[in-house]
Design a protein around this ligand. Sequence first.
Ligand code: ATP
Ligand code: MG
Length: 439
Amino acid sequence: MSEAEELGNWTRSHFSAEIPKKDGSSVTLMGWIRAIRKVGKLTFLQLADREGFVQVIFKGVSPQIQKKLDILQRESVIAVKGKVKINKTAPNGVEIIPSELKILNLAETPLPLEVVTQKTPADLPTRLNSRFMDLRKPEIAAIFRIKDMVVTAAREYWDKNKYIEIHSPKLMSAPSESGSNVFEVKYFKNTAYLAQSPQFYKQIMMAAGFDRVYEIAPIFRAEKHHTYRHVTEFTSMDFEISFISGLQDIMTEVENLIVYIYKHIQKNAKTELKILGKKITPPSTPFPRVTMTEAFKMIGEKFNDNDLSSDQEKLFSEACKKKFNHEFVFLTEFPWSTRPFYHMKKDATTTCSADLLYNGLEIATLAQREHRFKILMAQLKDKNMSPKALEYYLNSFKHGSPPHGGAGLGLDRIVMKMLGLENIREAVLFPRDPERLWP
Ligand code: ATP
Ligand code: MG
């Protein structure tokens, strides 16, 4: 007997969650066998697809079907034709009495991973090694369906607000941020660098007169350290807008975007949130704003133009929880010493920039950019950088760059924090880190 029959002219009539609750309806279902149970002459199959599962009950079948049932293994792919039978005690109120069965692909045993979580769940590396199997778990699939909705919501927000989506190059002739965590790649006879951000290009698009742009794309950082919040390839949601009066405009735009995403998820991800046992409520606006000087005061330490260390960040987020009872906080007025040359300066030591913290973790950096060529060149010099490699970027400031600013938001970190995941790798389909370039 064939272990991989052809589908022929069969097409799926319903996903399991869409089966009509009407006795005798004809259905054609396709999916994976999540469980097999044999009781006397009865065989119960749990047929799972991406929307849920349904019980298929074989009773008094033809010898031909019986032969197939005898060789079936869990997680094999099958197609079934049959009739609906209402059963109030069944998980979704119906079961299927089949008339035909096709084995589309028999699964090998043993399975590399159990789909139905056992008493001792597999550890993350084991799960990631067999990610295709891990993703069959409804509670894991739910994370990525919510991630899809976050992106859909962001696109929708930006489209409604007259942004233009752009696609900037990911192969660069010079690093796009600091040179310390850039990946080098062989580029014919030369060296190219993988983009660490779309920063320079979205700013060039302001000089090009596009006014409001956004990009959702992978970026790369050679982060050597193992942390719960860094991967080497992640998805950045970037935007940049022109004719701003100040950083305030960027903060408002970020707030509106986050609230829009929350409302979209609250409305559209009811099933997924239920599977994950999570509730979300759109945050109130404006989000609290704390200057760096105030932040150090709040943790009882003296501010000396430093960034918060990760320990101080923890203390600060505790203090914020008490003071504001808000999931989001803008940390503002970052010292010039900790920011890149293209951030606008507020005064000699401070920049017009902010970080957005989400339950204590940075999820975005925002800034008004320096758009005045001469000042930008002076700031570059101040950071001991050479203009040569950045000529293509700097040229765009010579011939009409409007006042502008923007933000880069980490999609994977947003999903991680929204769902209370402990490791960013849980929010990335196939994460990349110093030890993992596979699968
Ligand atoms: P961190 O200080 O946490 O390393 P960063 O300040 O270097 O972050 P930015 O250059 O401001 O990061 O990048 C914009 C956003 O991209 C960050 O706010 C964060 O949400 C996300 N991000 C940055 N680095 C990573 C990474 N290695 N993995 C996942 N997300 C990241
Ligand atoms: Mg940052």
